[in-house]
Design a protein around this ligand. Structure first.
Ligand code: PLP
Length: 391
């Protein structure tokens, strides 16, 4: 199928729910992507944070191949080894907990909402934050603190209160006798790479303990090494009651996980929640390979080092171009806030074969693979530099 024909098929047969770049990719390896014309692109966005290991990591491919040749699916009323191993591995690298497996970030959030309601025994309100993003299903959408995603889909499920990020006073004022949980991303990804203050998060933890509220940390985008720790909460010296995971954990395959602290995890008993495909053998094997590669290839330490280097280089750009207002983020999750809309800059970067993204209209988002190198960072920042120079 030729490119124009393929675009036409998309137009005719696929619902237009995404703003699409007219590129067709056929192959990926590490931080590189090849398009249909054999042009090579440097991927510094990694599909909203899915590709922490880059494209087609050999260990993930091997794990998937091995498992597919033995057993692809087994329903959740039976047991299988990959699921048991993955659950244990996730708990070993987080906190004493039990997990629930599903297939996406939004599903993990929905599970956290249901869990909270069960925990609350009549208390059901969840406090979330302005500019947060928790997914597109109705519960996750109601939790999301951005009106633009909600318009046209009302009425949304009730029970969500949206307050200013990093503002403890607002959180305290929002608590009622119906409040059951506080849910946040420690770095708001879709909201413009806004980093939670450490004091704020410590106070939230204290508040949750005092008022018997659950602290739900959404690590769908920040998890699996992205910020220079396995999970972003580990920068803050707190432990969540519930953590949600997805994206990078599957190495490119769909997964979602709700991680609930052990003391309360058995509250959801048989029949109360379920997912047909959640935690299947193939995805669990892939996720195990992801976690193993992160450990074996010392990608957490590489993220810290390369993150420092990336931020250093971005700050040089900030000195050079008044259009850059602020550089924010942690590890290899970087936001470059501009004084203008970022769409044209992203397009120019793509023309020069660098894939980045713009979030919240004015924030360029760079999230390279955790195994990226100084050479790749130099190349990416060099392209961004040349685009900014021409603007
Ligand atoms: C922080 C956060 N939570 C939840 C989601 C929803 O994840 P999914 O698209 O897998 O449903 C996203 C997706 O971007 C996210 O960034």
């Amino acid at each position: 199928m030729k490119a124009q024909e393929l675009f036409q098929v998309y137009k005719n047969y696929i619902m237009p729910t995404y703003t699409k770049v007219p590129l067709i990719f056929v192959k990926g390896k590490g931080s590189k992507l090849w398009d249909i014309h054999n042009k090579v692109y440097l991927d510094f966005f990694c599909g909203w944070g899915v590709g922490n290991l880059g494209h087609c990591h050999p260990k993930v491919m091997q794990a998937v191949r091995d498992q597919i040749s033995k057993l692809i699916f087994i329903p959740n009323n039976f047991h299988h080894l990959p699921q048991a191993k993955l659950a244990k591995e996730i708990v070993n690298c987080s906190y004493p907990a039990k997990v629930f497996f599903c297939n996406s970030g939004a599903e993990a959030i929905e599970a956290a909402i249901k869990f909270s309601r069960k925990f609350g025994q009549g208390r059901y309100e969840i406090i979330t934050f302005e500019n947060s993003f928790h997914g597109r299903t109705l519960g996750a959408l109601a939790a999301t603190g951005q009106k633009k995603y909600q318009i046209g889909f009302e009425p949304l499920p009730e029970g969500f209160k949206n307050v200013k990020f990093n503002d403890l006073g607002e959180v305290k004022r929002a608590i009622t006798d119906k409040t059951v949980a506080i849910m946040l991303e420690l770095i708001q990804g879709e909201g413009g790479i806004n980093v939670a203050n450490k004091d704020f998060v410590l106070e939230l933890r204290k508040l949750c303990d005092e008022r018997d509220l659950l602290l739900i940390i959404d690590e769908v985008q920040t998890g699996i090494g992205r910020t220079g720790k396995t999970f972003c909460y580990q920068h803050y010296g707190i432990t969540p009651d519930i953590m949600t995971l997805a994206k990078a954990l599957g190495g490119g395959l769909p997964i979602g996980v709700m991680v609930v602290k052990k003391e309360i995890a058995d509250l959801l008993g048989p029949g109360m929640h379920a997912s047909t495909f959640g935690g299947g053998p193939v995805i669990c094997k892939a996720a195990l390979a992801v976690l193993k590669a992160i450990r074996k290839e010392k990608l957490i330490s590489n993220t810290q080092k390369m993150g420092e280097y990336l931020f250093l280089k971005l700050n040089v750009l900030k000195e050079k171009y008044g259009i850059i207002k602020e550089i924010r983020g942690l590890g290899l999750m970087a936001g470059v806030e501009l004084g203008v809309e970022g769409k044209a800059i992203v397009e120019k970067c793509i023309e020069k074969r660098l894939l980045i993204n713009c979030t919240h209209d004015k924030v360029l988002r760079l999230m390279p693979a955790l195994n990226t190198t100084k050479k790749e960072i130099d190349k990416a920042v060099g392209i961004l530099d040349s685009v900014l120079r021409d603007i």
